[in-house]
Design a protein around this ligand. Structure first.
Ligand SMILES: [Zn+2]
Length: 222
């Protein structure tokens, strides 16, 4: 991903030497996080959203910062945002979510293989013969309510992981205030809804709403 695919869409330039690079490097070293390198990507080319992320595994791991993030956040805030991402990695979230989605895909294909050969499926829809193409459509129709249920579970897990990563960042940087002000700025650039309906959050939000995150961060013992 980081080496061949992502560069097709955005340009990755090494983060220039300076206070920001030093601050991120010092933080990463303080928590024993080894990243291959630090990059800046031209996210502003397509959107005003700001973000930071890691790509790749093991030695190929890269930290990438959107140029929009660098423009809008202070050094302390950026370090806090990077610390949140380091938290995801340190708490094993990336691997856990990867395994879960692999399992989910496997289970879906297993079900598909069972359904495609089931005569009852075609009879239920009034088909006289078994058409594999129709089978795909019927299967997707039947799967939909189950996918909703499963995503209820995975979204809940993902929101819990966000709280954990926030707590990790607040503890390891010792600057919960910078994390909070950084998140506030991000929610502005990302046009986040500040008061989403709780039911909508349950179903569709992979991240908790900003206010809940701020309250949780304020409750972390640093
Ligand atoms: Zn996160």
């Amino acid at each position: 991903m980081p080496k061949y695919i992502l560069p097709l869409f955005n340009s990755f330039t090494p983060l220039p030497e300076g206070p920001l690079r030093t601050a991120i490097h010092d933080y990463a070293e303080s928590v024993g996080f080894l990243a291959n390198d630090l990059f800046m990507i031209d996210g502003s080319k397509r959107s005003s959203k700001a973000n930071a992320f890691f790509t790749g595994f093991g030695k190929k791991k890269r930290i990438a910062l959107f140029d929009t993030l660098i423009d809008k956040l202070s050094t302390e805030e950026i370090v806090a945002v990077v610390a949140h991402e380091v938290g995801h990695s340190a708490c094993g979230h990336i691997l856990k979510l990867f395994l879960l989605s692999t399992l989910r895909t496997g289970a879906t294909f297993l079900l598909l293989s069972l359904f495609l050969n089931a005569e009852g499926l075609y009879q239920a829809f009034g088909m006289q013969s078994q058409s594999i193409y129709a089978g795909f459509v019927f299967f997707m129709l039947l799967l939909h309510p189950f996918s909703l249920l499963i995503s209820l579970g995975t979204q809940t897990l993902s929101r819990r992981f966000e709280f954990q990563a926030d707590a990790f960042a607040a503890r390891t940087t010792q600057t919960p205030g910078a994390l909070i002000s950084g998140l506030k700025k991000l929610s502005v650039t990302n046009l986040a809804n500040l008061t989403p309906h709780p039911a909508y959050v349950r179903l569709h939000y992979s991240h908790p709403p900003l206010l809940q995150r701020i309250r949780a961060i304020q409750g972390v013992d640093v």
